[in-house]
Design a protein around this ligand. Structure first.
Ligand code: R1P
Ligand code: GUN
Length: 273
């Protein structure tokens, strides 16, 4: 699928990864959100690249995002891990934020596990909980397929692999980890929502709110990848908690959940295939 939005040349990166990792397709791609980068520590036989060495990757970065691509083995699966993601609030289009998905697809990946840090709106979604994304509400005001060529009228009614939730929840419960299914909303940011916006999102059916994940999921759906979204609840959304919202707090809270997230990722690595 070409794009009229901007030039993008993934070829040199694909060749570089093939040269160091072989030509076999990767089983799974994983995008790690704010404060969640530690999940990649478990990767074996790891090869590392810096995003800054990839000419077609956006140059900007956000605290809590290492900006590295790792390739290796995780629970017996050949994985690509994007330690750090891109956001609209970095001055990027939704299409640009989805470049990791297009690269994973070019490297033969057909399964994508998306993680991010979110504000909990559902009463049961406190900091430290996880939400398995069952569906999403895109209030970003942009779509990653905008301006692309080809058939971009993609049906998103079965975008997320919700059939994998039951086994994941069983594994989570055995580790005393709270995970529930829910609807994720995404706003452009970088400011957090107002309490009134959170109430409106709740009325719309959102259970959690972020500033990411949705563009990557839509791009993955358009490219025919299977998608799982796993959100780490780092705080109660605006107006629902007592703490002041700040990115440092999100990073600290995300880092605290990384160990439990690794348990859930391991379960998906084993149960998805
Ligand atoms: O989506 P990730 O990168 O996980 O991070 C979330 O946390 C940041 C806000 O603190 C925003 O970037 C939001 O999207
Ligand atoms: N939009 C949004 N994204 C987040 N990421 C982590 N916490 C939040 C939040 O409260 N709102």
């Amino acid at each position: 699928m070409g794009s009229v939005l901007t030039e993008e040349n993934l070829g040199p990166i694909v060749e570089e990864v093939h040269a160091r990792c072989g030509m076999a397709p990767f089983d799974l791609a994983l995008i790690l959100g704010s404060g969640l980068g530690q999940v990649a520590d478990a990767v074996e036989d790891v090869k590392v690249w810096e995003y800054r060495d990839f000419s077609c990757f956006p140059a900007v970065a956000v605290a809590g995002h290492a900006g590295r691509l790792l390739a290796g083995t995780l629970h017996g699966r050949r994985v690509l891990i994007f330690q750090g993601r891109f956001h609209l609030y970095q001055g990027l289009t939704a299409w640009q934020t989805a470049v990791p998905v297009r690269l994973a697809h070019a490297l033969g990946c057909r399964r994508l596990l998306l993680t991010n840090a979110v504000g909990g709106i559902h009463p049961d979604l406190d900091a430290g909980c996880f939400m398995f994304v069952a569906d999403h509400i895109n209030v970003l005001g942009d779509n990653p397929l905008r301006g692309m060529c080809g058939d971009t009228f993609v049906d998103l009614s079965r975008l997320y692999r919700t059939d994998l939730f039951k086994s994941l929840r069983t594994e989570a419960l055995s580790h005393n980890i709270h995970v529930q299914q829910g609807v994720l909303a995404a706003v452009p940011g970088p400011s957090y929502e107002t309490p009134a916006e959170v109430r409106a999102l709740r009325q719309m059916g959102a259970d959690a709110v972020s500033m990411s994940l949705i563009p990557e999921a839509i791009m993955a759906g358009a490219l025919g990848l299977e998608v799982v979204g796993l959100s780490s609840v780092t705080n109660r959304a605006a107006g629902l908690g007592t703490k002041r919202l700040c990115h440092d707090e999100v990073l600290a809270s995300g880092s605290n959940t990384a160990k439990n997230l690794s348990v859930l990722v391991a379960s998906l690595c084993l149960g998805w295939f």
